[in-house]
Structure formats: C-alpha cells, structure tokens
Design a protein around this ligand. Structure first.
Ligand code: ATP
Ligand code: LTN
Length: 333
C-alpha cells in the first residue's frame, strides 16, 4: 500500500516476439481495467528475453514495439509507470540476493522451466532455470500487492510468495506478499491450430496465433482455418477443445456469457461462428492498430516516456533494494 492509499500492481511481458491475443486477453486487458484503482508499474521484461537466443536487432525492435503496444492497448503513460526492466539495475541486483534464498529443488519443479528446456535441449541455460527469481525480484522491488497475468504464470507467483515469506521469516516484514490476478474468461487462450496447447509467441505455427498487429484479412483467414471437431454444434463441452477455445475468445472479446453465445449460434454452423469470432477480434484490434501506428512513428516521444518511467521506477526500486542490502548485512555504500 502506498501513501495515497492505493494498492500496487506490477506486471510485465517479455519481448520475445509479437504480442498475441493470448497475452492481451490474459493480461494486458486487465492492466487497462485496473489502472485507475491501483498504482501500476508495467515493464518490458527484456532481461527475461535473454533466456532464449534472439537476434539483437530483433530484440531491440520487439522491445520498442511492445512498449508502443502497451500504450496503444490503453495503458496511459500519465497514470502508470512504464519502463524497460533492463533500465532499472535494481532488478538484477535484487535477483542475485533472492537467488541465495531460493532452493534448487523448488526451481526444478517449475513447469515453464521443464517445458522450455524440453523444447530447446540445445540451450538449457542457467538464466532459464533462475528465471522465476528475476520475476520475483521484478515484483517484490515494488512491494506489489497484485500481479495481473495469465494462468500459466500462477506457479511463478507461488514461488515468488515462497521466496518472499522465507526472506521475511528471517529478516522481518521486508516484502509484501503478492497475489496473482487472472481474468475470469481468457486466462488460458489456446492455439487455433493445436487447441490443447497455449497460444504462445514462440509457437512455430503462425496460423495458431493471432498477433495484435495482424490485419483484418489475416485474422479472418486464421479463424477460418481454426481446428474444430465434426459435431457442428456450438456448445462448450469436454473434449471440444477447438470450439471451447473459440467460445472463450468470443466471450472474452464481447463480454457475452457462454450460454448467450450457445443460444446465439444454436442451429448455425461452425463456418458462420468462426467468421463472427474473427470479425469480433478484428474489430477489437483495429483501434489498437491505429493508435500503434502513430506511436511507433514518434520514437522521440516513446523515449521520453520510457526514460521518465525508469526514473520513477528506480526511485521505488532503490528503496526496497537498500533495505534488503541493509537487512542481509552488506556495508552501506
Ligand atoms: P513465450 O512464448 O515467449 O514464452 P508467451 O506468448 O507465453 O511468450 P509471455 O510474454 O510469456 O507470452 O506472457 C505475457 C503475459 O500474457 C503473461 O501474463 C502470460 O501469462 C499471458 N499469456 C501469454 N499467453 C497467454 C495465453 N495463451 N492465454 C492467456 N494468457 C496468456
Ligand atoms: N515471466 C513472465 C513475464 C514476466 C512477468 C514479470 C510477469 C517477467 N517479469 C513480473 C509478471 C510480473 C512470462 O513469462 N509471461
């Protein structure tokens, strides 16, 4: 809780590729909704992106584009603190201290680590392993109460709380214990082509993901190709992963309940349903894309925003880091 009585939020996304509707419906949409009630810090988790091999010029481009997208999605830079994680060195510094309060065994149990290391056996680096500790540092530096993320990040929030509790039990109440905040609908959007898998930036199949910058024709084409089943009945039920995913997306975009959607499409075919979902998604993306075009063309303005954001973030982060250094017994500088 800050002096103005508002609670604090922190969240971030790594610039590993184009933001897709999974990240938007699972996380960013909630950020927009929460920005008036909370003090919010939103970072581009660029240090986390280094856990995979990524071309340096691509990383820089992705990071700047993602920053512009945050604002285009409706995150107001006047109301929120927007910054690059790498611009606030306290993230890396706290991460090291927290490494020393995190157990090898608990990191070994992280599903994201297991998934990512199984997918890329050539590059199971130490950063991938300690990734949740850096994420814990991101959150704990700002004494965040709430962390709006998709369902896949819940386990990382659990370990963050465990690390914070362990530290607090030795040194007193240094860290606020954060809660995950996931949307009721849209916390786990699936790939359009493999609907048992999460829609993900790093998916090799382009048709499985809808990127926020995809144009209307592309969006419609991808939805038309979406994998469904042979029942031709728009009903949310066990085993119908493809249709369940489309109903979820349509519900998250329009605010309609599953029952309303089932009634709307009762007796109508999958073709019509897919087209309607595609159009609803394209309509949602269109104003974001318009705003994005203006923002990305003014790099100087973006720079002003992220420099200002980092200055403010650094101030808060430094307060926590200084306290941590003092508590663990480092000689003050
Ligand atoms: P990568 O494929 O590189 O691991 P990603 O697509 O999973 O990336 P992240 O940067 O890890 O995207 O996630 C950004 C935010 O969006 C996180 O809060 C995450 O929980 C959420 N998110 C990502 N994908 C989805 C999804 N398919 N459904 C709901 N939320 C999602
Ligand atoms: N690990 C997250 C991205 C992330 C994050 C954070 C989310 C980095 N730092 C802090 C919330 C809070 C991911 O893979 N999606």
């Amino acid at each position: 809780m800050t002096t103005d009585g508002k609670k604090t939020i922190l969240s971030g996304i790594k610039p590993t590729g184009n933001l897709n509707i999974g990240g938007y419906l699972g996380a960013v949409k909630n950020w927009v909704e929460l920005q008036n009630e909370y003090n919010c810090f939103y970072c581009i988790a660029d240090l986390h992106a280094l856990t995979i091999r990524i071309d340096p010029s691509m990383l820089r481009k992705n990071a700047l584009e993602l920053f512009a997208l945050y604002i285009a999605c409706g995150i107001d830079p006047e109301k929120n603190i927007l910054f690059f994680q790498s611009h606030v060195s306290q993230h890396s510094e706290l991460s090291w201290v927290l490494d020393c309060y995190t157990m090898f065994g608990e990191l070994s149990r992280m599903t994201q680590f297991k998934d990512k290391s199984a997918k890329n056996t050539q590059n199971v680096n130490a950063g991938l392993f300690t990734y949740p500790v850096l994420m814990a540092a991101d959150i704990l530096l700002y004494q965040a109460d709430l962390v709006p993320v998709g369902e896949d990040q819940r386990q990382h929030l659990e370990i963050c709380r465990d690390i914070a509790s362990r530290f607090n039990s030795v040194y007193g109440e240094v860290f606020t214990l954060p809660e995950a905040y996931t949307p009721k609908v849209g916390a786990r959007i699936k790939s359009l082509t493999s609907p048992t898998q999460k829609m993900s930036k790093s998916d090799d199949d382009e048709n499985g993901t809808i990127n926020l910058l995809d144009n209307k024709d592309t969006v419609i084409r991808k939805f038309k190709k979406a994998v469904t089943d042979s029942q031709a009945c728009v009903k949310f039920s066990e085993g119908k992963d493809g249709i369940n995913n489309l109903i979820t997306i349509y519900s998250a975009v329009t605010g309609k309940t599953f029952t309303e959607i089932e009634n709307e499409f009762s007796g109508r075919g999958y073709g019509e349903f897919k087209l309607t979902v595609g159009e609803a998604v394209a309509d949602m993306l269109s104003p974001i894309q318009e705003k994005y075009k203006t923002l990305i063309s003014d790099k100087a303005q973006l720079e002003k925003i992220y420099r200002n954001g980092a200055d403010k973030a650094r101030y808060t982060a430094n307060k926590t880091l200084s306290k941590v250094y003092r508590k663990v017994g480092l000689v003050s500088r």
